[in-house]
Design a binder for this molecule. Structure first.
Ligand SMILES: C[S@@+](CC[C@H](N)C(=O)[O-])C[C@H]1O[C@@H](n2cnc3c(N)ncnc32)[C@H](O)[C@@H]1O
Length: 335
């Protein structure tokens, strides 16, 4: 392939990413992967079970098979691959992720990316008339999907964090804006004498039951609702903030860190779990995720930017620990 045709192919693929986002959304919404668990099926059989138009579903399945989400045999029967299995329900699933990213209400926000670049205004607020977390408070069905997406990412990230960071000696870990608590539960399960505090907004903590109960924590986790900008629970010796600071601009992120700093007893530590972006043009999943953060008014940051944020909140960045997932553990202590 010449350099010109490779460039052509690449731009065609990148701009056509939308085709895959929405095809994956349809497959996830219809539960096609669950239907394929017993074995291969034709699009007609799948469409019958899902109650949809078979010729259209066939074309969606064929497109997804062409990028390895399914296989298609010469008789037109589709089967799951390792990628396709991630769309099926159960542990490790990314079905909610596929449904959330391709959802019509989310797509409408992406239509405002140009508006954000032209004006600096937040696309989410422009498109929906509400800020991100106000929107979820007033749209419970979308909030449930969002919280499910966060848990799906957490299933992968929590295992990598628990493997990469040694929590030995920590008696109480507080997970601030911890969603449904999967990360905290994973750590508590690994350290059987540790106690935990899960803290998030009331409409989120009310849905935390299943993540916590699935880890058999025997009452070691207290659930507290509140506003992290106002105050967070005291008395923990480790404070987790996973995928929280990237939702906010520098002013708000410094306020969150200051709020945690005020609650931190002497000798405690803070563990910010985010990808620290590489400098220059190096490839990074975080640089793409940063487009999502641009839409909601937040940002992904470099090591140096985290150092500055920590300093503004009276914290000192002590270590940056990579994990097997695309997140680092960014450790800090009172300055
Ligand atoms: C991107 S999610 C990350 C959730 C979780 N830490 C994880 O990694 O799965 C951000 C979380 O911040 C929470 N949040 C937003 N504003 C908050 C506030 N003012 N006080 C407490 N939590 C808040 C949201 O409810 C949401 O669960």
């Amino acid at each position: 392939m010449t350099a010109i045709s490779e460039a052509f192919e690449m731009i065609r693929m990148i701009s056509g990413g939308l085709y895959l986002t929405h095809s994956l959304y349809v497959a996830a919404r219809l539960g096609v992967a669950d239907l394929l668990i017993p074995g291969p099926q034709t699009a007609t059989e799948l469409a019958g079970a899902a109650g949809v138009h078979a010729p259209s579903l066939h074309r969606v399945m064929r497109a997804l098979a062409s990028v390895g989400v399914f296989t298609e045999d010469p008789d037109g029967r589709f089967a799951l691959t390792a990628r396709g299995r991630l769309l099926a329900s159960g542990p490790g699933s990314l079905r909610s992720v596929a449904m959330g990213i391709g959802a019509p209400w989310h797509t409408r926000v992406w239509e405002s990316l140009l508006h954000t670049v032209q004006t600096g205004e937040t696309a989410w607020d422009h498109a929906t008339g509400e800020s991100l977390f106000q929107y979820f408070a007033s749209h419970p069905e979308h909030a449930a999907l969002f919280d499910g997406m966060m848990t799906e990412f957490s299933v992968w990230e929590a295992a990598a964090v628990a493997e990469a960071y040694d929590f030995t000696g920590i008696h109480t870990t507080a997970d601030i804006a911890g969603g449904h608590g999967w990360l905290l539960a994973t750590i508590l399960q690994r350290y059987p004498t540790m106690r935990g505090i899960l803290f998030d907004l009331p409409h989120v903590t009310s849905g935390a039951g299943s993540a916590l109960s699935s880890h058999a924590l025997n009452g070691r986790c207290e659930v507290i609702s509140g506003d992290m900008f106002h105050c967070v629970p005291g008395g923990a010796d480790a404070y987790l903030l996973k995928n929280v600071l990237h939702d906010w601009d520098d002013v708000q992120a410094a306020k969150i860190l200051s709020s945690v700093r005020r609650a931190m007893p002497p000798g405690s530590r803070i563990l910010v779990i985010q990808e620290a972006l590489p400098l220059g043009g190096a490839p990074s999943a975080g640089k793409l995720l940063d487009m999502q953060m641009l839409l909601i008014g937040g940002k992904e940051r470099t090591h140096g930017e985290y150092e500055q944020l920590f300093a503004q909140a009276g914290l000192r960045l002590t270590r940056l620990i990579p994990t097997a997932a695309p997140v680092h553990v960014i450790e800090g202590a009172p300055a």
